[in-house]
Design a protein around this ligand. Sequence first.
Ligand code: MCA
Ligand code: AMP
Length: 510
Amino acid sequence: MKNNNLFAALRSAFPAALDSVAIETDNGLCYSWRDLDRATAMMANLLVSLKLPAGSRIAVQVEKSVEALMLYLATLRAGYVFLPLNTAYQSAEIDYFIGNAEPSVVVCAPKNFGWVSKIAFKVGTRHVFTLGDDRSGSLLERAAQCADRHTVAQRGADDLAAILYTSGTTGRSKGAMLSHGNMLSNAMVLKDYWGWKKGDVLMHVLPIFHVHGLFVAVHGALLNGSKMIWMARFDPRRVLEKMPEATVFMGVPTLYVRLLAEPGLNREAARHMRLFIAGSAPLLIETFNEWIARTGHTILERYGMSETVMLTSNPYAADPRYANQSERRGGTVGFPLPGVSLRVQSDDGRNMAVGEVGGIQVKGPNVFGGYWQMPEKTQEEFTPDGYFKTGDVGRVDQDGYVSIVGRSKDLIISGGYNVYPAEVEDVINALPGVAESAVIGVPDADFGEVGVAVVIAKAGVSIDPANILQKLKTMLANFKVPKRCYVVAELPRNAMGKVQKNVLRTQYRL
Ligand code: MCA
Ligand code: AMP
């Protein structure tokens, strides 16, 4: 019987020369393909030895490291469900995710063991391990005692492989359930569509707790048997230094903006590169054009979501199979990927004509199965004929290029991270002295968009905006904390009493 475990496909793409370098870290460590195979086998055997129930979630909040990547691969290999958590999340956020997902295993940074284990034990998690970014911690100590051979667990295409939490416009975060089939089908399409070839080297600079860094980048390189140059954090100078050794780079628009600020970014620096890919947030046309002028390369922009992995992409090159798809067009996210059906509909369910703006809906083997333990929410997000409503607003032009022009969901995308104003407003509104608040996104040269909080104090109370921001930093992941806060007498409202965020956006843009 065919094994649809995503790890089985990634493992079978390892090159025959298992002792060649698979990952080179920024501080000079080299991991071979054999190291990846053995270490993931040891970690998988550790998980198996815990005799976890089928479908157990392995929740992980650790700094980026090759061992953290191995833990992801080992979780797939053993057939459990990976649940990555942003390192910026604070205890209240972790408390919610762990409470909601009820993981059997939690892995955290050694310095966080005290508070994370308390949260985990409270919900009945039996195993809490630690993993540092310097190969320290109990996970590796325990895995070192396990055998380095492991038969990949048999999994079906529909079996759950990962849960990614994404916030919502109302209520709490939802766990998007992605199957082995969702991720493998998407990775195989991208391998072909982006022309991955022998000798490609990926420069990996993104965090590994979201779709972009963990799935799109890692699956792309592994499925092609390609080496990765692994950087724990994005440093534009370091990227430039290593660029001559790489051929593929993936980044959110902020990374391109920061690279453009480096005088050393020029044609010479990028001469070995084959492909620059951008996504997770809108790439400004100015950035797209400046990149061409400075490097001679045209950034390939693509579009995806946690719920769907990748949906559309600009073309890599003229391909006779996709007749009109040759040029990468700035300001567009390209074409629906092979296998993805994409349509644009009005709110009342009418298909929009070419060029008309409406809600983007998608269907395909990459689209998730639903939100973890939220069947009603899942149903709300799908149309009766099975299309997923992305919440993005866009159009398809006469050549078939998709453009995203806005969002029907109240969402701020800051430096590639999603921030839901409703979540931040809830936290602000619960602070002493606050009557209500509105959080809006305003344009920002570095992060694309940043949050601004506009707050109304309770009658007779005086509140200090700096104090509010200070408090939020202890309660929310740092990227969710608004960059500015204003205390005002009233919020603009429409006739229905709804806060007019458009008015605020104009008023508070710098
Ligand atoms: C850091 N800060 C931010 C952000 N990042 N503020 C707003 N938005 C951000 N994204 C703030 C911190 O709170 C801190 O503020 C200060 O900046 C410095 O923090 P530091 O961690 O040093 O920042 P950095 O290292 O410069 O990080 C910027 C970054 C990072 C490299 C752009 O945000 C990043 O890696 N973004 C990529 C996100 C990503 O991978 N998204 C993919 C999602 P203070 O000093 O006041 O505390 S997957 C997805 O969206 C879909 C599926 C898709 O299509 O890919
Ligand atoms: P997330 O759920 O964190 O994975 O974020 C998904 C959202 O990011 C999408 O619904 C879009 O709003 C946005 N997004 C991703 N790629 C792009 C892009 N290339 N252009 C504009 N928005 C994008």
